[in-house]
Design a protein around this ligand. Structure first.
Ligand code: FAD
Length: 420
């Protein structure tokens, strides 16, 4: 194995490992502060998951006020209130504007790039800026672990697996931003976990976040419904708080933003062994007495599917859904039917697999880090992005969390160097 490489000035650079949004923002901030930065990325290109995020609307952040924004990080709300103050959604918009990418706030508060800007445009402009700042990107360079108290071990896979060349570097500091463990084909495969655990770093087990729920639909339901959207649904897990939005009935269960938002509650219910029941309110804007009054107008003998469609404006799939959970639905009186429409009980049997999830729960426990996201077991090594143990719903909170932790880890490097 080569010890270091003549290519690198072997003491005065910072290594950033992982070319996702967290790593690239850390690299930018460090280079702006005058540091020589080398970014090592295992894949042939950087920002693959960032571009995947772009397929679904490219929701960069959210314009809601900061206290509410921070509350989206659940158990880590307090920590993120602080992190967001170091790189806020407003700063994220200014950062994008500085790269020539104007953003706008959608009706839901979500922040997107203007339609004229494709995700690849933002990434291209960003990489150009990084190059201008002198950041060197080394793709097909995989981090293998640590070497001694301060070194990192890498393998250069540029010339294909046969020509692998391992080497060790001694950076002045290292930022690890290796991502979570979903969508492994984008490069975030969680392979770093045993390396960190060997060092004694506590890593909370990964679990899918922002993913679909599995339901044991009958073969009849699967064949008849396939995939179908249900718009304007209220949704809660057991007696928990309700969320609103459009869900998708699928062959394997339920998908959609409100389902994703409830994955922490679903995970908790499933882990406790109690049934995880999703209650669908099909008419969330209609108060219970008004719903009952409408149902009481139904003439005896009138077809229930026709009534639900014409008088309550419900989707054509609703009667099949009601029969699936309540086989004798046609015999229910108005009060029982009103109760059912306000809370259709659907038992979730599990969550979709981690690799399909939009994000990963679990990761490096914050207890393993100092206030600057530096590993206590390894001074000079900082961690950022989704490899940390936090989760948040979709809505721009994921990328914002990665950017904010990347910016803060970079400040941590600078503070640590200044204190030495
Ligand atoms: C389908 C989908 C849609 C999404 N939509 C949104 C959205 O609209 N809004 C939003 O806020 N978030 C969205 N996200 C989430 C967001 O993309 C992620 O939270 C974010 O990319 C995580 O950033 P990161 O830098 O922590 O990690 P990643 O983006 O996963 O980057 C980690 C990088 O590290 C590299 N790496 C891993 N191991 C090694 C190694 N050993 N050596 C060298 N390099 C390594 C990987 O190849 C990867 O490039 C979406 C995610 C998905 C999957």
């Amino acid at each position: 194995m080569v010890v270091a490489d003549a290519f690198f000035d072997n003491s005065s650079f910072v290594a950033v490992v992982g070319g996702g949004p967290a790593g690239l923002l850390a690299a930018q901030r460090l280079a702006e502060a005058g540091r020589k930065v080398h970014v090592f990325e295992a894949q042939a290109t950087v920002g693959r998951k960032f571009l995947v995020a772009g397929h679904g609307g490219f929701n960069l952040s959210n314009a809601e006020e900061l206290a509410r924004f921070a509350s989206r990080y659940g158990a880590e709300a307090g920590r993120f209130a602080d992190l967001l103050s170091h790189f806020s959604p407003a700063e994220l918009r200014a950062w994008a504007a500085d790269l020539g990418i104007a953003t706008f706030v959608g009706t839901s508060g979500r922040i997107f790039p203007e339609a004229a800007h494709k995700p690849a445009d933002l990434l291209r402009a960003w990489l150009t800026r990084l190059r201008e700042l002198g950041v060197e990107l080394h793709t097909r360079h995989r981090w293998l672990g640590f070497a001694g108290p301060t070194g990192i071990r890498l393998v250069d896979e540029t010339d294909g697996p046969e020509a692998h060349r391992e080497f060790v570097l001694e950076p002045a500091a290292t930022v690890l931003a290796l991502g979570g463990a979903s969508w492994a084909k984008t490069g975030s495969n969680g392979a770093w976990v045993p390396i960190l655990q060997e060092l004694g770093v506590p890593v909370t087990a990964f679990a899918p976040a922002n993913c679909g729920a599995e339901v044991a639909w009958s073969p009849f339901f699967q064949a008849k419904i396939g995939r179908a959207p249900l718009k304007n649904i209220g949704l809660r897990v057991n007696d928990g708080p309700a969320v609103r939005g459009e869900i998708m009935l699928t062959e394997y269960g339920l998908e959609g933003t409100p389902v994703y938002a409830l994955t922490p509650q679903l995970r908790a219910a499933l882990a406790s062994g109690s049934p995880a029941v999703l209650h669908l309110n099909l008419k969330p804007d209609l108060p219970a007495p008004a719903l009952l009054a409408k149902l009481q107008q139904r003439r005896p003998g009138a077809s229930l599917p026709d009534f639900l469609r014409k008088s309550l404006n419900l989707a054509p799939q609703v009667p099949t859904l009601l029969r699936e959970v309540q086989p004798n639905v046609a015999a229910l009186d108005s009060a029982a039917l009103a109760a059912l429409l306000a809370a259709v009980p659907i038992v979730a049997t599990g969550l979709r697999p981690l690799d399909e999830a939009i994000s990963t729960a679990g990761g490096i426990a914050f207890a393993a880090l100092d206030e600057h996201l530096m590993l206590r077991q390894r001074p000079g090594t900082f961690v950022a992005g989704e490899m940390l143990d936090w989760e948040a719903p979709t809505g721009g909170y994921l990328l914002q969390g990665c950017f904010s932790t990347g910016a803060w880890a970079a400040k941590g490097v600078l503070a640590w160097q200044a204190a030495r």
